[in-house]
Design a protein around this ligand. Structure first.
Ligand code: CA
Ligand code: ZN
Length: 299
């Protein structure tokens, strides 16, 4: 296993970025990450009006994965997520779903004790560790780390947790992978514009899959396989994810799209990732027992 510190971060996924690390396909990397505020909110006095907004949403990397080629995919197996002891949450004017209610930033710091986050003396919340920003360099212009897209990025998806595997469409040689913005706990939607933001470490295994061609990221866990899609609205993102899943199953099984969508309507779930970033993100999750009965194979 290789260790990567957080000295080198990216604020945009960028095909022209210089790699922070080069690894062979199949290597496991334990990556140190800053929180989404660039670790600038450490005490109740650290107000968001005064932090450096050019140092927001850092992703550690990029990592050049040997064998990853444009038109292929990068497989990312998330093996572990570890946090430092403190989290920061925020909301503010124009931010999140209730941004119309505020005219200043608010922040709240919480401590992590064992497998719970301590909100106050009466309320402890079970941790739900996840990675907010994770992705590869896009084909065209750089995409800032606050925005999700086909390259991944700020998807803020609670299903991106230890035990999950992601598949990203690769646009440049080496993929130029990065991750950051980990959350100790977050609800689907991320309605305030933040989760319980925490610095820590993520351990991932990175494998080049030159033969797999994808449009948007795919997520797989023990029970489900899903498409993650981002668009200007939740409706548009859901539409995109469902269409892509129907296409994916049609291409791999030969079943009619009419049969597939009727079946999806019975068994698959449209789930909100986040509704507060510049593009909104949805995942469409299909149970794997259904895919197995169709003889579906991703690879
Ligand atoms: Ca985020
Ligand atoms: Zn975050």
């Amino acid at each position: 296993m290789v260790e990567l510190g957080d000295e080198r971060v990216l604020y945009a996924f960028d095909r022209a970025a210089e790699p922070a690390l080069t690894v062979a396909s199949g290597e496991t990397v334990r990556i140190r990450t800053k929180d989404c505020f660039g670790n600038q909110v450490q005490t109740p006095e650290d107000v968001l009006d005064e932090i450096d907004w050019d140092r927001i949403n850092p992703a550690t990397g990029p990592i050049f994965v040997e064998g990853a080629v444009p038109g292929g995919a990068l497989k990312v197996e998330i093996q572990a997520i570890e946090f430092d002891g403190q989290t920061a949450s925020c909301t503010g004017e124009g931010e999140g779903v209730c941004g119309d209610c505020f005219n200043a930033w608010s922040t709240k710091l919480c401590s992590i004790e064992g497998d719970h986050l301590v909100w106050d003396e009466r309320l402890s919340i079970p941790l739900r560790p996840m990675i907010g920003v994770i992705g590869v360099a896009p084909a065209g212009e750089p995409v800032n780390c606050g925005t999700p897209g086909s390259h991944g990025g700020n998807m803020d998806n609670t299903a991106i947790t230890a035990g999950a595997t992601l598949y990203f469409p690769v646009a440049v040689e080496g993929a130029l992978f990065g991750l950051g913005d980990m959350h100790a706990v977050m609800g689907d939607g991320e309605v305030s514009v933040s989760g319980a933001e925490a610095a820590g470490h993520a351990t991932v295994k990175l494998t080049a899959l030159p033969e797999l061609s994808l449009v948007d990221p795919i997520i797989e866990n023990e029970t489900h396989l899903g498409i993650i899609a981002s668009a200007e609205s939740l409706d548009a993102a859901a539409d995109r994810a469902v269409h892509e899943m129907v296409d994916l199953i049609h291409e791999r099984t030969g079943r009619g799209k009419d049969e597939i969508i009727m079946l999806m309507s019975l068994v698959a779930d449209v789930q909100v990732c986040q509704m507060v970033d510049p593009e909104k993100t949805v995942r469409f999750m299909v149970p794997k027992y259904v895919l197995e009965a169709l003889d579906f194979q991703l690879l």
